[in-house]
Design a protein around this ligand. Structure first.
Ligand code: GTP
Ligand code: MG
Ligand code: ZN
Length: 312
C-alpha cells in the first residue's frame, strides 16, 4: 500500500467514479451515469476519482477529464509470464494498480476468527498506512467469534491516538466515517462488505461465506467500489489482499505504530540494538517483565533493521 500525495483538486459540480471495470459508473450531480472514458486519458479512472463527465442522455455519459489525485491507494500485482530465458524461466512482472483515489482514511478490517487473526498483519497494515501518511482505523470484526484472550492481545492497540473498533455490532463506526472518504482494506473474508451493507442496507453488495475448511475468504469483492455512506461520507469497498507491503516504513512510522516498544528501545545501551542477546537491551528486560509483548518487539526490530539496511 502506498499513497501518492498530489495537490487537492476542488470537487464542486464534478462526478465521482464509483466502479471501474469495463464501463465506469460515475456518481454525477444529476444522478449516476454509465460512462465510457475518452481515449487518450493519461491514466484509467479509478474508484474515488473526481471526473468531468458529459451527460449524453439515457443515463449514459463520457468521461472527458480526470482531476489530479490528492492521493492514491495502490497495490502491486505480480503476474507470471514466460520470458525468453529458456525452459521454465517465468518472468514475474509487477504492475502497480490504483485501488482507490482521494482517500482520507483507511478502515483496516480484520476478523477475530475465520479467517484467523494474525496481529503481525495488523501491525504491517498500520505501518503501511503510517508510511503512506494516511490515518488508519483498525477494526476487528466478527467479535462474536473471538476467543477469550482477545482483549489481552489487543492491549497495545488501546491507545488514545488509535481508534480501535471491535465490531459485529457497528454502532460506533458511522460517526468515524462521517464527512470523509474511507477505504476499506483487509484480508479476504473478514467482513468488509458485510460491514458496509449493515451501515447502508440499501447497497445490497455481494458477500460470501468463508471456506469451510481453511476459514479463508473467497475473494468475493473483485473490484474497488465507491459507495455513499451516510449523508456526507464515501466508502471504497476493496478486494481482500494477500500481501501488504510495509517495507517503506520510516523510523517515524515505526514510532507511531509501536510507541510502547520505541519508548523503551530509546533506553537500550546501543542505538543499533536488535533487542536479542545484546547486553543492556532494555527491550529484552521489558519483555521478560511482561511490560512489552515479544511479538510486537520482534516486528519492531525486524522493520527497524530493514530500514537500517536500506540506509547502509
Ligand atoms: N460471525 C460473523 N460472521 C460475519 C461477520 N461479518 C461478516 N461475516 C460473514 O463473513 C463472510 C465473509 O464476509 P464478506 O463481507 O464477504 O467479507 P469481505 O471482507 O468483503 O471479503 P472479500 O470481498 O473476499 O474481501 C460472510 O459469510 C459474512 O456473513 C460477523 O461480524 N460475525
Ligand atoms: Mg467484499
Ligand atoms: Zn535493545
Amino acid at each position: 500500500m502506498t499513497a501518492i500525495a498530489v495537490p487537492h483538486a476542488g470537487a464542486a459540480g464534478l462526478g465521482r467514479v464509483a466502479t471501474t471495470p469495463g464501463l465506469c459508473t460515475v456518481d454525477a450531480p444529476g444522478g449516476p451515469l454509465l460512462c465510457t472514458a475518452r481515449s487518450g486519458l493519461p491514466e484509467p479512472p479509478a474508484a474515488g476519482d473526481w471526473v468531468e463527465a458529459a451527460d449524453i442522455g439515457g443515463g449514459r455519459g463520457r468521461i472527458t477529464a480526470v482531476l489530479p489525485r490528492r492521493n492514491a491507494l495502490t497495490r502491486v500485482r505480480t503476474f507470471s509470464g514466460y520470458g525468453r530465458g529458456g525452459h521454465g524461466s517465468g518472468l514475474r512482472q509487477k504492475r502497480e494498480q490504483v485501488v482507490a483515489a482521494n482517500i482520507d482514511q483507511i478502515l483496516l478490517v480484520f476478523a477475530a476468527a475465520r479467517p484467523h487473526l494474525n496481529l503481525d498483519k495488523v501491525d504491517e497494515a498500520l505501518l503501511a498506512a503510517a508510511a503512506a501518511d494516511l490515518p488508519a482505523l483498525p477494526c476487528i470484526n466478527k467479535s462474536d467469534l473471538a476467543e477469550a484472550h482477545l482483549p489481552q492481545h489487543l492491549e497495545p492497540y488501546r491507545r488514545p491516538d488509535l481508534p480501535l473498533f471491535v465490531t459485529s455490532a457497528v454502532e460506533d463506526l458511522p460517526a468515524a466515517l462521517r464527512g470523509r472518504t474511507t477505504a476499506l482494506w483487509g484480508p479476504s473474508g473478514t467482513g468488509k462488505t458485510s460491514l458496509l451493507n449493515r451501515l447502508e442496507p440499501g447497497l445490497g453488495l455481494r458477500v460470501q461465506a468463508v471456506s469451510a475448511g481453511t476459514g479463508g475468504g473467497r475473494h468475493t469483492t473483485t473490484a474497488a467500489t465507491l459507495c455513499r455512506c451516510g449523508a456526507d461520507g464515501w466508502v471504497v469497498d476493496s478486494p481482500g489482499w494477500r500481501h501488504i507491503r510495509a517495507d517503506a516504513a520510516t523510523p517515524a512510522a515505526l514510532r507511531r505504530v509501536f510507541p510502547e516498544v520505541a519508548a523503551i528501545a530509546d533506553t537500550c545501551r546501543y542505538s543499533d540494538c536488535r533487542h536479542r542477546a545484546e547486553p543492556g537491551s532494555a527491550v529484552r528486560v521489558a519483555i521478560a517483565a511482561g511490560r512489552v509483548q515479544a511479538r510486537r518487539a520482534a516486528t519492531f526490530a525486524r522493520y527497524a533493521s530493514v530500514w537500517a539496511e536500506g540506509k547502509a
